[in-house]
Design a protein around this ligand. Sequence first.
Ligand code: ATP
Length: 554
Amino acid sequence: MRRYLQAVRKQLILYILGAAIVQALTVSASVFNGRMLDALVRGSARAFLTNTVCLMLIWMGVAGGEYLLAVYQAAITQNVDIQIRARLTDRLAATDYAAFHRQTLGTYVSWFNNDIQLINTQGLAALFPVISEVWGTLFALAMLAYYHWSLAAVGAVMAVVIVAAPKIFDRRLASRNLTLTRENEAFVSHTEDALSSFDFLLPYHALRLIRDRIVTASQTLKQANVGQTRIQAAVQATGLLGNVIAQVLIIGLSGILALLHIVTIGTISATGSLAGNVFNNLGNMSNFLGMIRGTKPIFAKLENAKTAFSEPPSTARVQHSLTRVTQTVFTLANVTYRYGQAPVLTDVTLQFTAGKKYLITGPSGSGKSTLLKLLAGYDDSYTGTLSFRGQDYRQLPAGTLQQHVLYLSQQPGALNTTARENLTLLDDYSDAVLTQVLLAVALIPNAAAAPAFLATPVGPHGSNLSGGQLQRLALARGLLRHFPVILLDEGTSAVDPANAVAIERMLLTNPQLTLIMISHTVHPETLPLFDDVIHFPLTASPAVVAPGRKAVAD
Ligand SMILES: Nc1ncnc2c1ncn2[C@@H]1O[C@H](COP(=O)(O)OP(=O)(O)OP(=O)(O)O)[C@@H](O)[C@H]1O
């Protein structure tokens, strides 16, 4: 947490100063309480009235101060949250496909939402009162010493006991917090999974399954929440017990001092109120400190998760590698790939040449997409050798593939914003260039339609667009960036035949482009434009695809 507090240290210092003023006012109220009682004992109505007015003004000041502190606390908390989210996002943005997909989206949502909520409620919400309470305790102890040193001495000893005692719960609280964050992750994943099955469960009248799954996940989450609250309540009870014992001790001691005529009767009221200040503060503080210490494993979990990801790719290394351009784009030598125990590609040997166009066909589940994902570098858990422009994938500088190879999966992604932003991704492209690419993928009938289309909000997951439009938008995004290699996985499957043919023709007649395209729908108009057709499933025997030959690998 320290790292993030450093980032907001100026605001924190202001808060600390503000808290000092409010606490000084609160403590001084106890003194005026005592003076009012002493004025009554002396029978001085004027002094009683003056002290009452002062007391009223002080409490008004305290109320105003508390209001300002509460608002400022919310602003600081949100700034810390933004820092945590930004750091987490930076590291996620630097990861690769395989590392990112080691966790479910639900887990990430839980990090950004539940974990940060827990840090807020356990850590930051506890930190601010601790700041106030430290001031309150110091001022109140000083006032006790002003009445009699023995009161301050007892107060100080009890303060140490109250703050130290709940430490015995630290380890258990930390462990419960960690369990709670993990259960939050699991809950969000289960809920997301259950809700995403709405569409396919609907026709079967099986929506109760969603309810069952969410309720079951909630039960587990309940246990984690109750377990964590149990320890926190024990910390609180320990603080409360110490608080009450200490207050009774101070009031008792004040009574004895008053009986011995060492202090006035009004002092009992003042010290009672001061003891209330000190020990209520300390009782809370011990609880809050326990809560703050309990957030350590949450930060550690987020940090570890982040360091598991690779560092951002170095652009310098990427550019250096470009000097090694050869005619062969991809080479697979005896590549075998399994999902678990099931082999999908067995001992595959293939070559893909720069500028050539390859069509991959074959039955569903035969490993076509798997091949493209391997070529895109999404997974390195294969055996054999994969090379890009003659360089082994395992030796490739980070980021090389992302810079040169565009893999368009069967599920085109879209951000919930305008078509324009989905294309530009906030890079600079002129309207003329955007219009050109929209025409190329037939997303618009003519240039005049471009402004309206670019301004269209595509909706969550592109839900305002048809499947075919979404595919073309994804393709247009790639074409804008002139990738030399495109791996197209059923990229035109949802597009009407006339437009699909036009788009394929546009890709197939680009001599600069290396295209490897999976398709279940072979169009006779474009088939002759492919250099090679690869039929899946590939057999275990080495198959080499060479330029100029059709349908070689089998
Ligand atoms: N993430 C995964 N985990 C486990 N098995 C998988 C995974 N992805 C794919 N498979 C399995 O690997 C096999 C090959 O899948 P792949 O997606 O490569 O097939 P495909 O030929 O592209 O199919 P389609 O034409 O239907 O897209 C299938 O049997 C599939 O069930």
